[in-house]
Design a protein around this ligand. Structure first.
Ligand SMILES: [Ca+2]
Ligand SMILES: [Ca+2]
Ligand SMILES: [Ca+2]
Length: 403
């Protein structure tokens, strides 16, 4: 069989200072303080709303940022560019070692599947480059917005998005979140593929939210929009295989909103361009909320992937090298990175919610921090040094079922 291997071990780059998008800002108003006075004092060439978030606005200015009346404004920050890079090359594939493996460096997926393979009531939002939602191994596991009538040009469910029947494309603002880079399709398959390759939770649902463009770039403002959409439209889990080195207050507030609404936020701990580079702070992975769980990547020999970021703030480890999953054109291929490690954990969380929908984000977090084997090779590189384990997590979730 022929597969494809992405030789890029890095799936996103840092959004450093030089990647500020000139003239674009997110303004966060204080509670109930938004007024047209502030906005009319700015040289705005374009203003974009955040649907359902009246205290936020994104503006493009055609002149320098003037002094602003701070009585009404909580914060103003530049919009940053987010990027990820992915390259594909032919590869003869191997097995799905992360699920099950004779050396037992795996998450024990078959053992968990004896208890549950997921539930269609549990929706995992994939905030990424889109998803090939018609892929034969994914199409039966795509979330459907039942309240939205397709292709009638009407926002039937009045959530602010017209014809959003399966998710949303925040790049082109339409209801077809196709995948421009294949990254999101690969991530979605690790969570919920059902076919010749299997996801961790092959009966859960994927909500494709595309905010990364076909050239692998995006903005913090579209990331914010995607996070709010996921929470407001019923996702229980969000997979975030993206990030960078710059903190964003607007993203922080959106993640807090997810946390406050009991939506679990799994996030890749970032890759390094060069294995010789030192560890670094990565956002949104480093945001400190109970709902946030950050994930580093290991190889099939149980060692750290040399391209994985490390640090005691990173919570857990998951398989993230030579990972086989869904790809373009109905195919399957291999890819590597913390981008692949995070969806293993999102799949496990989906299994946990399938057996216990009432879990709090605090409970999910505590279970993931206290289950899984402590692999000797990875001690000291992350907070727990644990390889996540699906069957242990599901059993703990079952113990907490409220009768
Ligand atoms: Ca095993
Ligand atoms: Ca709608
Ligand atoms: Ca409609």
């Amino acid at each position: 069989m022929r597969y494809f291997l992405s030789i890029s071990l890095l799936t996103f780059s840092l959004f450093a200072k030089e990647e500020v998008i000139p003239g674009r800002y997110i303004i966060g108003f204080k509670e109930g303080a938004r007024s047209t006075d502030v906005l009319s004092s700015l040289p705005i060439s374009e203003a974009r709303e955040f649907k359902g978030r009246s205290s936020l606005v994104e503006v493009t200015l055609n002149g320098p940022l003037p002094r602003i009346n701070r009585d009404e404004i909580d914060y103003i920050e530049p919009v940053y560019r987010i990027q990820h890079n992915i390259k594909a090359a032919p590869y003869i594939g191997e097995d799905q070692w992360g699920l099950d493996n004779s050396n037992n460096i795996d998450i024990d997926a078959p053992e968990a599947w004896e208890i549950t393979q997921g539930s269609e009531d549990v929706v995992v939002a994939v905030l990424d480059s889109g998803v090939a939602f018609a892929h034969k191994y994914l199409k039966n596991n795509i979330w459907h917005n039942e309240a939205e009538i397709p292709d009638n040009g009407i926002d039937d469910d009045e959530n602010g998005y017209v014809d959003d029947t399966i998710g949303w494309d925040f790049v082109y603002d339409d209801g077809y979140p196709i995948d421009g880079t294949h990254h999101g399709t690969h991530v979605a398959g690790i969570i919920a593929a059902h076919g010749k390759v299997l996801g961790v939770a092959p009966k859960t649902k994927i909500m494709p939210l595309r905010f990364i463009d076909g050239d692998g770039s995006s903005t913090t403002s579209d990331a914010v929009r995607a996070i709010y959409y996921a929470v407001d439209n019923g996702a229980k889990v969000m997979n975030n295989s993206w990030g960078g080195g710059t903190y964003s207050r607007a993203i922080d507030e959106a993640v807090k909103y997810a946390n406050d609404n009991n939506v679990f936020f799994v996030v890749a701990a970032c890759n390094k361009y060069d294995p010789d580079n030192g560890p670094f702070d990565c956002y949104p992975a480093k945001l400190n909320y109970p709902a946030v769980l950050s994930v580093a990547s290991i190889m099939r020999n149980g060692k750290m992937n040399p391209y994985s970021n490390t640090g005691k703030w990173i919570h857990v480890n998951a398989p993230g090298a030579d990972i086989l999953s869904t790809g373009p054109g109905g195919n399957i291929y291999m890819n590597s990175g913390t981008s692949m490690a995070a969806p293993f954990v999102s799949g496990i969380v989906a299994l946990m919610y399938a057996v216990n929908k009432d879990l709090t984000v605090e409970e999910v977090k505590e279970i993931l921090l206290s289950t899984g084997r402590k692999l000797p090779q990875i001690q000291g590189y992350t907070k727990t040094g644990r390889l996540v384990n699906a069957v242990e997590a599901v059993n703990r979730a079952l113990e907490l079922v409220r009768h």
